[in-house]
Ligand binder design. Structure first.
Ligand code: KIV
Ligand code: NA
Length: 264
């Protein structure tokens, strides 16, 4: 089986082959997704929510993400590993973005970084790309800007569609190798996908993007409470894990575990 690197994604777009991306935050899960032949794994700053228990992605730092990125790189030798640059690590200047991305590259072995924003981060994308750091952009709903955007809502409706198109073109021209579009109308996402030469990766962006991404805990049914409309649960890992934990506790309580075959 071949490895996936950034040039393969361009090739897949040229051949009209759709591909998938999942988030991933640890070694055990990385091994499973590598075996499942998921071509691209994103160590998302959504680790803030699903790994660290924060309400938003705003508090998570590069230093918190680095050990997770390293673990995913070790567990998934075939997948392209993309690392999110967290809030506060790239907005100030292209220089700040470069320092952050260089730190991630030197310390983790990730193959690319992702950052949020369109036109406003085009200079950052150009600087990283010139330094040999592949950049995945992220436009539409950008969770690090949740306070500025006024909540979790669909972006690019009506007149805002023109800005979304401008953002998509800006990140492509700056050198991004792909762009995530989050929570945008399906028709607009399709229109942008046909306009761009780089692959688009949708999350809540309909069925006409070149690729799809989901947070793995959402995809596998490990998330509790209400999830977004764009989430489909492809498994019930949470229920399965809870049941395993309950059975284990029960067998310990009843004294049936460990049995002779588990003993030395
Ligand atoms: O951090 C994340 O999980 C993401 C994806 C949802 C695109 O940025
Ligand atoms: Na993210």
């Amino acid at each position: 089986r071949r490895v996936t690197r950034v040039q393969h994604l361009a090739q897949m777009k040229a051949e009209g082959e759709k591909w998938s991306m999942l988030t991933c935050y640890d070694y055990s899960t990385a091994r499973i997704f590598d075996a499942a032949e998921i071509p691209v794994l994103l160590v998302g700053d959504s680790a803030a929510n699903v790994v660290l228990g924060y309400d938003t992605t705003i508090p998570v730092t590069i230093d918190e993400l680095i050990p997770l990125i390293r673990a995913v790189v070790r567990g998934a030798p075939h997948s392209l590993v993309v690392a999110d640059l967290p809030f506060g690590s790239y907005e100030a200047s292209p220089q700040q973005a470069l320092e952050s991305a260089v730190k991630v590259f030197k310390e983790t072995g990730a193959h690319a970084v992702k950052l949020e924003g369109g036109e406003r981060v085009a200079d950052q994308i150009a600087t990283l790309t010139a330094a040999g750091i592949p950049v995945m952009a992220h436009i539409g709903f950008t969770p690090q800007s949740v306070n500025g955007l006024g909540g979790y809502r669909v972006q690019g409706r009506g007149d805002a569609g023109d800005q979304l198109i401008a953002d998509a073109i800006a990140v492509q021209e700056a050198g991004a190798f792909a762009v995530v579009m989050e929570m945008v109308p399906a028709d607009l996402a399709g229109q942008i996908t046909r306009k761009l030469t780089i692959p688009t990766v949708g999350i809540g962006a309909g069925n006409e993007t070149d690729a799809q991404v989901l947070v793995w805990q959402d995809m596998a049914g490990l998330t509790h409470g209400k999830t977004a409309k764009f989430v489909k649960r492809f498994g019930e890992v949470g229920t399965e894990l809870r049941s395993a934990a309950e059975q284990y506790a029960d067998e310990v309580r009843r004294g049936t575990f460990p049995a002779p075959e588990h003993s030395y």
